[in-house]
Design a protein around this ligand. Structure first.
Ligand SMILES: *[C@@H]1O[C@H](CO)[C@@H](O)[C@H](O)[C@H]1NC(C)=O
Ligand SMILES: *[C@@H]1O[C@H](CO)[C@@H](O)[C@H](O)[C@H]1NC(C)=O
Length: 313
């Protein structure tokens, strides 16, 4: 018995050392651009806050992905548990909230999930709404499912993450070689796919071929870690939820929390896309923005583990 306890303690100790080492390596890796020059993973943001923004009442522990139907109904995923990310309510299962953006003063309401579904283990991450199509593109944001191997994969920059195409007839890899492919969305004309590579801090603009494969048109390089992307239904602009400071996100400290940043990319297909900051905050209001979704002059900003913001632009 004593031996077993000692063995377990040794194992736990080794795991701790291993984690510390990997964290240090990760810090170093995040501090480098693919080209080898120093990348700013510690950026502080200048505050950019539209006047008419308010926190959404009822959302306290995450709003990782937000998807809005053409009718103005917004779906907000909540309670994400993701290895390495802060979790302010570890015992709460995931939920989906609904918000009707056509209302004067919209509020959220929790969606009731019907019986026969294991609600306790519900952990919604990315989310999409479908109206008629039975096919979609998705990213695989790491190759390994084990946390340490996934971290190792990132640190070693194996570039084994990819984009998949799913249809009832086939499932196939359609683009490879991303460091950490994460956010994904489709252009208004459904001819292009935009893929965010978190650790490379860029957006890949990809053209959809007749056989649904993707060919890369260009890469838009930014200076912030990109999480999820959406397209503004009125303008076709790409909206990106971003993490300006990866270290603060990975080593969460309530005294000095990670901030939020939302970028708008106009004319993504042109030679000179125009990039502007729609929202930026040092974490005093909103921490760890992961997505921004627009509908008729309104903007919803979601976060990995924190609150959610509603703005009238
Ligand atoms: C990003 O957004 C797309 C479109 O809404 C969704 O399909 C995907 O699951 C999201 N991914 C993440 C990681 O939130
Ligand atoms: C964040 O900004 C607010 C003002 O906008 C300031 O009062 C606060 O000290 C800042 N916090 C940090 C951690 O820099």
């Amino acid at each position: 018995m004593g031996k077993l306890v000692a063995l377990i303690l040794l194992g736990a100790g080794l795991a701790l050392v291993w984690e510390r080492l990997l964290t240090l390596r990760l810090r170093a890796a995040l501090g480098r651009l693919p080209s080898g020059e120093r990348m700013n993973a510690y950026r502080e943001v200048e505050s950019v806050e539209p006047q008419n923004c308010r926190l959404i009442e009822g959302i306290e522990n995450g709003s990782e992905d937000i998807d809005i139907l053409p009718s103005g109904l917004a779906f907000i995923s909540n309670g994400l548990k993701y290895p390495g990310m802060p979790d302010l309510a570890p015992d709460e299962p995931g939920r989906i909230f609904l918000m009707d953006l056509n209302e004067q003063n919209p509020r959220v309401q929790e969606l009731n999930i019907s019986d026969g579904f294991d609600r306790a283990s519900f952990n919604p991450h990315g989310m999409s709404t479908f109206i008629d199509k039975e096919q979609f593109y998705a990213t695989r944001d790491h190759y390994f499912t084990n946390f340490f191997l996934a971290l190792l994969e990132l640190v070693m920059d194996l570039r084994w993450t990819h984009v998949l195409f799913y249809s009832p007839r086939e499932v196939k890899v359609v683009a490879r070689g991303f460091s950490s492919a994460n956010g994904i969305t489709i252009s208004l004309d459904k001819k292009y796919i935009y893929v965010a590579d978190v650790s490379d801090k860029n957006i890949h603009v990809m053209k959809i071929q007749d056989n649904w494969d993707l060919t890369q048109l260009k890469v838009i390089q930014l200076d912030t870690l990109l999480d999820n992307l959406t397209v503004d239904p009125d303008t076709g602009d790409i909206l990106a939820g971003c993490h300006p400071n990866a270290i603060k996100l990975l080593m969460y400290n309530t005294e000095d929390p990670p901030g939020s940043e939302v970028l708008r990319i106009r004319n993504a297909l042109s030679k000179k896309p125009v990039i502007s900051t729609m929202y930026a905050n040092n974490g005093s209001v909103l921490q760890g923005s992961s997505v921004a979704s627009a509908y008729g002059g309104k903007l919803l900003i979601g976060t990995v583990f924190h609150k959610a913001l509603y703005c009238e632009l």
